[in-house]
Design a binder for this molecule. Sequence first.
Ligand code: PLP
Length: 415
Amino acid sequence: SGQPLDAIEARLSALTTENRNIHERDCFNLNPATNVMNPRAEAALGSGLGARPSLGYPGEKYEMGLEAIEQIEIIAAELAAQVFGAKYAEIRVPSGAIANLYAFMVAAKPGDCIIAPPPSIGGHVTHHGAGAAGLYGIVTHPAPVDATNYTVDVAKLREDALRLKPKMITIGASLNLFPHPIREIRAIADEVGALVLFDAAHMSGMIAGQAWQQPLEEGAHLMTMSTYKSLGGPPSGLIVTNDAAIAKRLDAIAYPGLTANFDAAKSASLAITLLDWKAFGRDYAQMMAATAKALAEALCERQIPVYARERGITTSHQFAIEAHSYGGGQAAAQKLRAINILSCGIGLPLPEVAGDVNGLRLGTPEIVRFGMTSADMPELAGYIAEGLNGSRPAEAIARDVTAFRGRFRELCFMR
Ligand code: PLP
């Protein structure tokens, strides 16, 4: 407002640097909904590919000069199918949220019903009224909760499904601690003629690295995901399936349906990321899970109320803290922000906290990329416990955290 244009541009440049400093210099990022990109994948994003047209199918593009972009699309889709052990991959998907919209459009028409996990077990808004499902006109029935296993209650789900006759049953959430009962859900879906969607927005890396259940093998008809969370790729989406009819419908939804030109820079960047998964994925995924468990256990030793302690805390790269005594999950995340640790709130099947969520979610995709291992978790847990309990001034803890962060500058695995 009133500023010279070059001053605004200089400000934007400074903010870009500030953002990188927050995430890669000053703070430990324990938010599992984000990751650091392979610098070569990041360079592909800024390479100018994305400003070029890409309308149409490889071999029959509408505009001229797209021979290279055609090859990039083919390579990215082939790699995506390989990494997820699927027959078909749809890469023309701008985000995890839009991936879910595509899936709902495959399964249901406006007015139809689906069953999806509620927020108390990490169910995502895209599956519900305010998100893609609701905006498309689908009515979402919240799945019954199995609190012990932080997933859906299969027996009650069957009763609901027989009564409601949903077109789709979804599973997979923003927090995933233990394997989900995908086979049982598929059996229920078959009884009522529904499709099963596994939402792997968060689990895509763990699945690519074979450190988590394989949803398509266990019966999911299709799997949607974000590509920038545990997968560590560009900010985009992806859908895989083994079903030719579903793949055909996804293809028509992608083009000429909801995309015309699709960002070829994202496709190239995704392809580079997927090469990383082929080369290093298993080690990275196992390391994410082991490091999450080590951090959670170190927090338990410091009397922090880690969720699902009796059940084993987690088998994934994520876990949660019961946030009631910190004023709620977002309030707890603010306390950690003040000591240079990044995180955010999440719903847990526990008493609610007025005006906040009741859990704090932590995860390891980014700290493992920067070379942290289980051996570093006791020190990190010490700072988190101090920050949550307020046992030292936040500024002093923040200084120690940033000094500790300085020991983990180099990227590991995917660089
Ligand atoms: N599904 C789940 C379970 C999520 O946690 C998210 C998170 O953002 C999404 C879908 C949406 O993904 P995106 O941010 O890629 O749109």
